[in-house]
Write a protein that binds this ligand. Structure first.
Ligand code: MSP
Length: 644
């Protein structure tokens, strides 16, 4: 196993615009970053994983105005959605940077001033086209033609004319240093084809880059010249420094900088492979090791994006299948350099065949047999025969290859290789027919050996899939009776024979449900119809509203409803009397946190019997992707006060 020599590993995702809520495309980049960082930890690296949100600029300013919000209000809402999605997807980032944080703004201003003092930034006039969707100046000195707009070559939208005073960054002066850098670091951009694109682009010559705006207010002001706000890409790229502690935790910064891997979509390659290293050279920072431009997820042949109106909400899939199935599908289906077409058919096919059939069944039958034939622990085993030995030797080669593939960011290959092994074990069981051997009491040790080989292989398999499917991997690992957490086992220490005899195996629960395509599509259709109905706002009259008796209530007692996951029984004081209500909030709130809190309840809703308890009132809560968030009063409101 070839290991790169540096001990630290700093990995980043792009920071996402907050003009709209996250979709599958954003989830993809972050899942890749998470899988790589989990693998790197297993291989012994000290990892720092940074993600966050890009909150300034014209695009966010415009989007907030359209929604009747202040930009920061929109940002706060969308950040909440991103963080929530990352939690559901088990994303293990170390820091979430928001470009509206003062620590970021100060860092950007400092670098801007430094470049200005150094003479790399000068004042001028920009006259040309600007694409708000890409936040991109098409280029300086483009002759303004008859039309008031041009079609953006990148996104196909209209780019309008901008004519304003601005500060320029002397990008043209960095053409030579950039070309020299690419020559010395031919793997700076990956995949290789994208490196060539970048080199060709820079060879054609670079123009100085406008890096401030006077017509955009929502941005970081230039120190001493606050009519200018800093161009959103200059602002955003520096998150990779400020999010790592630049100017506020230099110890952290010095430990991890330069970035080992900037993971981005191919749409933003030029910003990361040309502008970014030029800014860094100018300011005297060392340069990142790799910029990896991954492909796009397409739907009906066009990029999944808000502006194309073809976004896929990951929550519909996550609610039915859980995080691991989505993580697996996105990383298994395509190599990370290429584009892929997202279809529910392909998704369900993969989940049913690879997860429910191949892996799920293997776990289920191996562990169930150990339970029923050995009461959960294999104590004695036969010598290995040729077939058994093959399984152990195959482990060695699979381990070597899986490591190599993860190292090279070929996540789909690492999974493919693991599935070859899963299928070998399935075949091994089919060939050896342990269920028949079990009938012969004299062959207990032979039976032990077969199930030992399968269990030891399963332990390795759960380890190999951990970067991509952490939840399922941990479950299998625990079912096998492993005590040490999976993350504490180093890749190099993983050995076939480390699976101990006498280890107590737990009864497994099915890991992946089989889902019928038609049922799923039907359910999704119903949910989308529901969402459209919600979008279409049906009005009620004020008189109808007045029929609801809403009151301030104080929670006196709260306890979990036995035998349920989600239900809490609450006793609430509504001024004139006490009422009992049952609410599905146990996953979000502990009963003890509720007592004494004041909230809004509706008291004239027809009572309903839930789990044998009469619920005589109902609380109100925000539904955030299926999670209930209760608005509590912060002022001291008397119980019973009318809410209207
Ligand atoms: N804010 C900038 C990035 C600044 S980084 C200093 C930006 N944000 S974005 O929200 O528009 O998109 C960010 C990233 O989301 C893309 O680069 C890409 O990694 C990912 N994707 C968005 N749509 C995608 C697909 N349809 N498919 C795959 N990834 C996509 O650009």
């Amino acid at each position: 196993m070839v290991e790169s020599f540096k001990k630290t590993f700093f990995i980043t995702t792009p920071i996402y615009y907050v003009n709209d809520i996250p979709h599958i495309g954003h989830a993809y980049t972050t899942i890749i970053a998470d899988a790589i960082s989990r693998f790197k930890k297993l291989s012994g690296k000290d990892v720092f994983f940074l993600t966050g949100t890009d909150e300034h600029g014209q695009k966010v300013e415009k989007s907030a105005a359209e929604k009747g919000l202040k930009p920061i209000e929109l940002a706060d809402k969308v950040v909440f959605r991103f963080k929530n999605l990352w939690k559901t997807l088990n994303i293990s980032y170390d820091y979430f940077i928001r470009t509206t944080q003062p620590l970021h703004e100060k860092g950007v201003q400092k670098i801007f001033q430094k470049l200005k003092e150094k003479g790399d930034i000068y004042k001028g006039i920009y006259k040309g086209y600007y694409c708000v969707s890409c936040e991109n100046f098409l280029s300086k000195d483009v002759p303004i033609e008859e039309e008031s707009f041009k079609t953006c070559p990148d996104c196909g939208k209209k780019a309008g004319v901008v004519s304003e005073e601005c500060y320029f960054f002397k990008l043209a002066a960095y053409q030579k240093p950039l070309l020299e850098f690419y020559e010395q670091h031919p793997a700076f951009v990956r995949p290789q084809g994208r490196m060539n694109e970048v080199i060709n682009f820079v060879r054609q010559g670079l123009k100085d880059l406008s890096i401030t705006r006077t017509t955009v207010k929502w941005g970081i002001p230039v120190v001493d010249d606050s009519d200018h706000t800093i161009y959103v890409w200059f602002d955003a790229l520096h998150n990779y420094l400020t999010g790592l502690g630049y100017d506020w935790d230099m110890k952290l910064f010095d430990k991890f900088w330069p970035a080992t891997l900037h993971l981005i979509g191919k749409d933003i390659l030029r910003f990361h492979a040309v502008f970014w290293p030029a800014f860094l050279i100018a300011a005297g920072f060392s340069l990142p090791q790799t910029v990896y431009g991954h492909g796009w997820w397409l739907k009906d042949k066009s990029k999944i994006s808000k502006s194309k109106g073809n976004v896929l909400d990951p929550h519909i899939i996550l609610n039915t299948f859980g995080a691991d199935s989505l993580r697996y599908f996105l990383l298994r289906e395509i190599p990370i350099g290429l584009d892929g077409n997202f279809s529910h058919e392909a998704f369900i096919h993969r989940v049913n065949s690879d997860l429910a059939n191949d892996l799920g069944n293997l776990v289920q039958r191996t562990l169930t047999m150990i339970q029923s034939y050995f009461g959960g622990a294999i104590e004695e085993i036969d010598e290995e025969n040729e077939g058994d030995k093959k399984i152990r030797l195959e482990f060695e080669s699979v381990k070597e290859n899986v490591y190599k593939y993860y190292e090279g960011y070929s996540l789909n290959k690492a999974l493919e290789e693991t599935w070859v092994y899963i299928n070998s074990i399935n075949r091994y069981l089919a060939d050896n027919e342990p269920w028949k051997i079990a009938r012969d009491k004299t062959k207990q040790k032979r039976l032990g050996r077969i199930l030992y080989q399968a269990a030891a292989a399963l332990k390795a398999i759960s380890y190999f899939i951990f970067p991509v499917m952490p939840e399922s991997a941990e479950k299998i690992w625990k079912y096998l009776g492993e005590e040490k957490p999976i993350q504490e086992e180093l890749f190099t220490d993983l050995q076939f024979d480390n699976f101990k005899l006498g280890q107590k195996i737990q009864k497994p629960k099915p890991l992946f449900p089989r889902v019928n395509l038609e049922d799923f599509l039907k359910e999704e259709e119903d949910k989308s119809a529901q969402a459209t109905k919600e979008d279409k706002m049906e009005y009620i009259s004020f008189d109808e509203f007045k029929r609801m008796d809403l009151r301030a209530g104080e929670i006196l007692k709260a306890e979990k409803v036995e035998g349920t996951q989600k239900l809490i029984k609450i006793e609430v004081d509504i001024g004139t009397e006490k009422r009992t209500m049952v609410a599905g909030i146990a996953e979000e709130y502990a009963p003890s946190d509720l007592v004494g809190k004041k909230l809004v309840v509706i008291i004239n809703l027809k009572p309903a019997v839930i789990r044998g308890i009469e619920s005589q009132a109902m609380l109100l809560a925000a539904d955030v992707d299926g999670k209930a968030i209760i608005p509590f009063f912060i002022e001291d409101v008397p119980a019973g006060a009318k809410v209207r």
